[in-house]
Design a protein around this ligand. Structure first.
Ligand SMILES: Nc1ncnc2c1ncn2[C@@H]1O[C@H](COP(=O)(O)OP(=O)(O)O)[C@@H](O)[C@H]1O
Ligand SMILES: [Mg+2]
Length: 700
């Protein structure tokens, strides 16, 4: 009999209660059909039969439960969910079905591992036989319909298991008590969430499930998809329609510039220094490069400061243009400064013109010499330079510009050498139109977005970074987007949610940021985003394959630790590395697992005079053993679409995630459908997809 009161559960055994049930039912039948045999009057016989039937039913259910449990260890039903069935709540985020994992489950898994219980892990002989038949007669016409029946029919007792791989028992051990919906509170999501799992195990499908709920709930939803998964885009689009939010849906994709929205990664900032950080942050910074990177930072910062002071928009195009030669900006800014300060410099126009003429004449003919290293500077620039030096003007921007101008050009080009190739990439062809949008061109139908506007208007953004074609550009843009978001979050964190919005009771919407393949995107910008974002109502969910990728990308164990420490909820699908698995299992306590030991002993005594010559004992000893609640190896054996999680302050749960069903999604408009198909064709599933050449031509 199964009872929770016993120290040892016996679930892996024949369901013997069936015999008891059968006996009870038989007695009930006898009582009903021939009560006189038992000398019962009708009333008594009915009462007795009812009693027997009830007891029999109870035994039957107990046996049934054991059988069902044993079956569940091998076979899990496929769990699909259409978008209309997806629960959407304003308090909770639904993840899937499952149960809280505790000592009982560890115990049951350990029981299953015993040699004598191996039979409960393998499929029935009939199942194995039918698989063999299918394989052997795959091409035989005669067997076709039999095979079809075996594989597909609902009535086939040996239908193949869903192709999810892994060890179904990991979820099966919790089915005895039944599953419930596993949700996490939206407040907890401000503590951010990390989803780990190797390729093709369900990370992106989970992203779909989460994004769908966020969109329907009305949250601002921003999805970063470096790999370009067409299904994610399809779902977001369909959910935006379902939630009546299509007006606020933005599609940004570096690979499809003709239909992509436009975005200026360096156009929005709370401090102008952010521009330089976003650009210099993309350059290599180890060892010797560190010094160069700092120089580039200062250089870009000068340009950004001058552009801002001139009232121009900062963008990649401008920075590239003046990064190649700062002279034009130098001239513009100094003239602008003098124009604004005519009281002190009433005669500047004449004086500068005069110097210019003198530089033109040159020293040989009584004019001015430019000096070594300045020979290719223009006369105008030299004239302004002289005017500023002579008048000892103390304007910080002018001062920085002059200092930069003072470098010999060839030398300067060497110092900022690493900047230009990157800028070249960001400013070439159609990419340039997307990243350095022309605000004046009213003919261009492609919308321009920025984060403050997206947040204010409750936008939905799909960011496809096309990392496959150009990882460097993808990382630069992705990283700048993070940095930009960080800056926005920082402002909100500091000034409260109603900053800059008239009407104090304006409530900031929740902002959900979902990053797939996030190890490809993170840079140092990510750490402050996590730090500040929660307080500003930003909920970050990141998906990645291994934790070591993150460490590699950040180039620093301590920084990775900081990121990890800021991700409070952890979900782990199947992983390959034990080190990654330990990220979860190390956070759990050890538990005691029972082990029944059978001891038998016989003893023969030959001493004379005693009545017994032989004695035998047989006992079952209950020993306990310490084990980790979840073993790292269990995480390498999860079926697809299944995960362990630490939710709600580190409580372990086992979850079965639903596979989003695409069949009832609204169709995309024709032009987007073509794009989605193209995305599908280009999609690759390899482990290190980002290192693969994007076409065969590149290989040959
Ligand atoms: N919840 C699930 N249930 C069943 N199968 C799933 C589930 N999630 C994913 N899969 C299967 O795994 C495949 C890959 O999923 P995907 O999310 O793209 O993997 P990843 O992003 O981890 O590389 C899917 O096409 C599907 O066949
Ligand atoms: Mg994926």
């Amino acid at each position: 009999m199964i009872s929770d009161n016993y120290p040892v559960e016996a679930l892996l055994r024949p369901p013997v209660e069936y015999f008891a049930a059968a006996a009870y039912f038989a007695v009930a039948i006898i009582i009903l059909s021939a009560p006189e045999l038992l000398m019962m009057v009708p009333v008594v016989s009915y009462a007795a039969a009812t009693l027997m039937l009830l007891r029999g039913g109870q035994r039957f259910l107990q046996a049934f439960r054991v059988r069902r449990y044993q079956k569940g260890l091998r076979r899990l039903p496929y769990y699909r969910m259409s978008s209309s069935k997806l629960p959407v709540s304003n308090q909770l985020l639904f993840l899937g079905k499952g149960f809280s994992w505790d000592q009982r489950h560890t115990q049951r898994l350990a029981d299953l591992e015993r040699y004598e219980n191996r039979g409960y892990k393998v499929n029935s002989p009939l199942y194995r036989l039918s698989r063999r038949i299918e394989y052997k007669f795959e091409h035989a016409r005669m067997a076709a319909s039999l095979i079809l029946f075996l594989q597909k029919s609902r009535f086939s007792p040996v239908r193949p298991l869903p192709p999810l791989g892994g060890n179904p028992a990991l979820h099966g051990v919790g089915l005895l008590e039944g599953e419930r919906d596993i949700c996490i509170s939206l407040d907890d999501r401000n503590g951010h969430m990390l989803v780990l799992g190797t390729t093709r195990v369900g990370k992106t499908r989970l992203l779909e499930i989460i994004a769908a709920q966020d969109i329907r709930r009305g949250d601002v939803t921003i999805v970063f998809d470096p790999k370009g998964d067409a299904d994610v885009f399809r779902r977001m689009f369909a959910e935006a329609i379902a939630a009546d939010r299509l007006d606020n849906f933005f599609f940004f994709h570096l690979g499809y510039p003709d239909v992509s929205a436009r975005y200026n990664p360096v156009g929005n900032f709370s401090r102008v220094t952010e521009v330089a950080s976003r650009i210099a942050g993309q350059l290599p910074g180890e060892g010797q490069s560190q010094a160069f990177r700092e120089f580039v930072w200062r250089y870009v910062n000068v340009i950004a400061k001058a552009l801002t002071a001139l009232g121009r928009k900062t963008d990649y195009g401008q920075i590239k243009y003046y990064g190649e030669d700062i002279e034009g900006l130098f001239v513009d800014y100094l003239e602008h400064y003098l124009g604004n300060n005519v009281e002190q410099h009433s005669d500047w126009v004449d004086r500068v013109n005069e110097y210019e003429t003198l530089f033109k004449i040159g020293p040989k003919d009584g004019g001015l010499g430019k000096g070594r290293g300045f020979s290719d500077r223009s006369d105008r620039a030299m004239a302004l330079h002289k005017y500023f030096k002579d008048h000892e003007i103390r304007d910080p921007v002018a001062h920085s510009l002059i200092k930069t101008f003072d470098f010999e050009k060839g030398y300067l080009d060497k110092l900022v050498g690493s900047l230009l190739p990157l800028m070249e990439k960001l400013c070439t062809g159609k990419t340039a139109e997307l990243l350095s949008p022309n605000y004046e061109d009213v003919e261009d139908p492609r919308p321009i977005f920025d984060w403050p506007q997206i947040i204010r208007t409750g936008g939905i953004v799909y960011v496809g970074l096309d990392a496959l074609s150009d990882p460097e550009v993808a990382a630069a843009v992705g990283n700048s987007m993070f940095a930009d978001l960080t800056s926005v979050a920082g402002r909100q964190y500091k000034h409260g949610t109603s900053h800059g919005v008239p009407g104090a009771d304006y409530k900031m919407p929740r902002v959900s940021i979902l990053c797939d393949e996030f190890n490809e995107l993170i840079g140092d910008e990510f750490i402050p985003l996590l730090n500040k974002a929660g307080g500003a109502g930003f909920q970050v969910t990141v998906f990645t394959q291994t934790w070591s990728d993150v460490i590699a990308r950040l180039n620093d164990q301590a920084k990775a630790g900081q990121v990890g420490g800021n991700l409070n909820t952890l979900l782990m699908l199947r992983v390959k590395e034990l080190a990654t698995a330990e990220l979860l299992t190390k956070q759990l306590k050890d538990v005691e697992v029972n082990h029944l030991m059978t001891v038998s002993a016989g003893k023969a005594t030959t001493e004379a005079g005693e009545g017994t010559n032989f004695s035998a004992t047989n006992e079952s000893r209950n020993t306990t053993q310490k084990m980790s609640l979840i073993h790292p190896q269990d995480l390498t054996q999860l079926s697809k679409g299944q995960c362990f999680g630490l939710v709600d302050g580190g409580k372990p749960v086992k979850i079965r995630l639903p596979l989003p069903d695409n069949s009832d999604l609204d169709a995309l408009p024709e032009n987007l459908e073509l794009i989605a198909r193209d995305m599908q064709d280009r999609y690759t599933t390899s482990d290190s997809w980002y290192q693969y050449p994007s076409s065969l031509q590149e290989v040959t």
